[in-house]
Write a protein that binds this ligand. Structure first.
Ligand SMILES: [Ca+2]
Ligand SMILES: [Ca+2]
Ligand SMILES: [Ca+2]
Ligand SMILES: [Ca+2]
Length: 510
C-alpha cells in the first residue's frame, strides 16, 4: 500500500494483511516457489564439488561443530562444469552410432530412486552408528532437508516436462527411510502437491525462528503434473531397511532413542541417545499392506490397487508412451535384510504371466524393481532369514533373457549410477541400469527415452540431471550438506563412470 499518510485503521488492516501473507497462523496458503519452465540436463551442464575429498575423514558431518566448520570452509561448494555428451554403446561393449534422423521416440519418463525420506527425529533411528563405509547411511547431514530436496526434485521434473513432455515418473523404491507412516505421508503429499507440508515429528520445532528458513518449517509443494508409479524398496517396509518391523514394533512412536536420533530443541539438531524424544503416534511402522492401502488411496493409486493391498506386494504393470510396458516387481524382503528376494511363487503367479501377456501384445518391456539382479539373495543376509523359494541371480537373469522383448532392467538401491550388459551364457543379452540416490551425492535422477531407430534397433537413452536450486535456498543448503558428506570422506561417490551416466544403449529390435 503506497500512501504518504496512513490512518490507524488502515495500518492495522495492512499489518493484518502482511501477517496473513508471510506467516499464516493456520499454516495454510503457503506460497509455491516459482514454476520452472526449463531445466538443464547434465548433457548441458554438470555440477562439480570444488573441495577435495578428505580421504582420512578427519571431521564427521554428524558432529554439529565439525559440520559447521566444514560448511564454513567450502566443503559444500559446487561449480558449474561442462555438460557430458551421450556415450553410444552396444551390448557387446563396442561404440554405437548416433541416433538416425528417422528415429521415433516411443516413451519418455523420469526415474526417481532412493529418496529415503527420513523422520530424522524418530527414536528408531541409528544415527550413533554412523560410520565411513557400510553404515554411512545411518546419518546424513542433509537428511533433515529430505522433504525439501524431494520438493525440489518435483519442481525440477515439472520444469523438464514443460520443456519436453514426460509420460510418467517411475519411483526406484526406498521412498521412505524407515517404513514409517509419517514419512510416507510426507512423501505422498509432496508428490501430490499441497499448500501445507510440515516434515516435523514430535515437538513442532523452529530451529531458525520465522517461516521458510529451516527444514522444520512448513512449505508448499506444486506436485507432479504427470502420472507417477510406485515401486517398493527395503526401506519402505523394514526398520532401517534391514530389520523386520515386528522385532521392536513400537520403537518409532516411543520416547527412547537407544541408538541416536536428532534433537532439534538444541542448536544444529545434534545426535543424542536416551530418553528425551517427544512421543508421536504418527510415527508408526506401516507394514506391507497398510503401505499399499495408503498409496492406493492417493491420487490415481500410482499402479497400486486392491490386489496389491491384499498381497502387500507392489507387483504391477503399466504402459508408458507408445508400445512400452513397464513391469514393476517387488523385491523387498519383509523377512528382513537390505538385499532383495524374488520368490518363485511371484515369478509363477505374476512375473511370467505378465511377461507372456506383454509379449503377446507386442510390447517392449522394461522390468523395474528396487534391487538390481546382483542384489538378489536367498534372504539370509544381515537381519534376514533364508527363503527356501528364493530365485537365484542366474535364474532371474535367464528368465528375463528368455523374453526377446525385454530391453532393460531398471533398478536403484546401490546409490550409484551404473550401466551393465546382462549376458547369460548362450542367451540373449539385455541392459541393466541403476540410478543414483536422491538421498546421497550426487543426488541425481535420470530421464529415460526409448527410441525405435526405424532401422532394426531400439535405443534406450538415459541422461542424469540435478535438482534445481533456482530461487530455493533451502534446497541449495541441502546440496551443500550432501556435498560435504562426500568431500568430508564420510559418503561414497555415487556418480559412476562417464560411460554409465549419459548413454544411448543400443540393442536389436525384437
Ligand atoms: Ca553418514
Ligand atoms: Ca520435531
Ligand atoms: Ca523457521
Ligand atoms: Ca516446525
Amino acid at each position: 500500500m503506497r500512501r504518504s499518510t496512513v490512518s490507524g485503521s488502515t495500518l492495522a488492516f495492512a499489518l493484518a494483511l502482511a501477517a496473513a501473507c508471510s506467516a499464516p497462523a493456520d499454516g495454510n496458503g503457503l506460497t509455491l516457489l516459482p514454476l520452472l519452465s526449463s531445466v538443464p540436463l547434465t548433457t548441458t551442464k554438470r555440477l562439480e564439488p570444488v573441495h577435495a575429498v578428505d580421504a582420512n575423514g578427519t571431521l564427521s558431518p554428524a558432529v554439529v561443530a565439525d559440520l559447521e566448520s566444514m560448511l564454513a570452509s567450502g566443503f559444500g561448494e559446487v561449480r558449474d562444469a561442462p555438460g557430458e555428451p551421450l556415450q553410444a554403446r552396444n551390448l557387446d561393449g563396442t561404440q554405437a552410432s548416433a541416433l538416425p534422423a528417422g528415429a521415433v521416440r516411443l516413451a519418455r519418463f523420469v526415474h526417481l530412486a532412493d529418496t529415503q525420506l527420513a523422520d530424522d527425529e524418530s527414536p528408531a533411528r541409528v544415527a550413533k552408528l554412523d560410520s565411513i563405509g557400510t553404515a554411512s547411511g545411518a546419518f546424513r547431514p542433509q537428511e533433515a532437508y529430505g522433504c525439501l530436496v524431494l520438493r525440489a526434485a518435483v519442481r525440477t521434473i515439472n520444469g523438464i516436462h514443460r520443456g519436453d513432455a514426460l509420460d510418467a515418473v517411475i519411483l526406484g523404491g526406498d521412498n521412505a527411510d524407515d517404513a514409517q507412516n509419517n514419512e510416507v505421508d510426507w512423501f505422498l503429499k509432496i508428490l501430490a502437491g499441497s499448500d501445507y507440508v510440515h516434515c516435523d515429528s514430535g515437538d513442532d520445532n523452529d530451529p531458525v525462528p520465522g517461516p521458510n528458513n529451516d527444514p522444520k518449517d512448513p512449505f508448499a509443494s506444486e506436485g507432479l503434473v504427470m502420472p507417477w508409479r510406485w515401486v517398493t524398496g527395503n526401506h519402505d517396509i523394514l526398520n532401517q531397511g534391514t530389520i523386520r518391523i515386528t522385532v521392536n514394533p513400537d520403537e518409532p512412536i516411543g520416547t527412547r532413542a537407544s541408538t541416536g536420533t536428532r534433537d532439534w530443541s538444541m542448536p544444529g539438531g545434534p545426535v543424542r541417545s536416551g530418553e528425551f524424544v517427544t512421543a508421536d503416534p504418527d510415527r508408526f511402522f506401516l507394514g506391507r499392506s497398510a503401505l499399499m492401502a495408503k498409496v492406493a488411496a492417493d491420487g490415481d493409486g500410482h499402479g497400486i490397487g486392491a490386489a496389491q493391498v491384499a498381497s502387500g506386494r507392489a507387483h504391477h504393470a503399466f504402459d508408458v508412451g507408445s508400445n512400452v510396458r513397464v513391469v514393476a516387481l517387488d523385491t523387498a524382503a519383509e523377512t528382513g535384510s537390505a538385499e532383495g528376494v524374488v520368490h518363485r511363487g511371484d515369478v509363477d503367479t505374476f512375473l511370467k504371466p505378465t511377461l507372456d501377456a506383454a509379449k503377446a501384445a507386442g510390447k517392449l518391456v522394461i522390468i523395474t524393481s528396487h534391487h538390481a539382479s546382483g542384489s538378489l539373495t536367498d534372504g539370509s543376509q544381515t537381519g534376514g532369514t533364508k527363503q527356501a523359494d528364493a530365485v537365484s541371480i542366474e535364474d532371474f537373469q535367464a528368465l528375463l533373457s528368455s523374453y526377446p522383448n525385454v530391453i532393460m532392467h531398471l533398478a536403484g538401491h546401490s546409490h550409484v549410477h551404473a550401466v551393465k550388459t546382462i549376458a547369460p551364457a548362450a542367451a540373449r543379452p539385455y541392459w541393466e541400469v541403476k540410478t543414483a540416490a536422491l538421498a546421497d551425492f550426487p543426488n541425481e535422477l535420470r530421464v529415460f527415452e526409448v527410441w525405435d531407430t526405424g532401422e532394426g534397433h531400439i535405443v534406450i537413452r538415459s541422461i542424469a540431471f540435478d535438482y534445481s536450486t533456482t530461487d530455493d535456498v533451502l534446497a541449495a543448503e541441502a546440496r551443500a550438506r550432501a556435498i560435504t558428506d562426500y568431500t568430508s570422506g564420510w559418503a561414497a561417490d555415487g556418480r559412476g563412470t562417464v560411460a554409465e551416466r549419459n548413454v544411448d544403449l543400443w540393442l536389436a529390435k525384437p
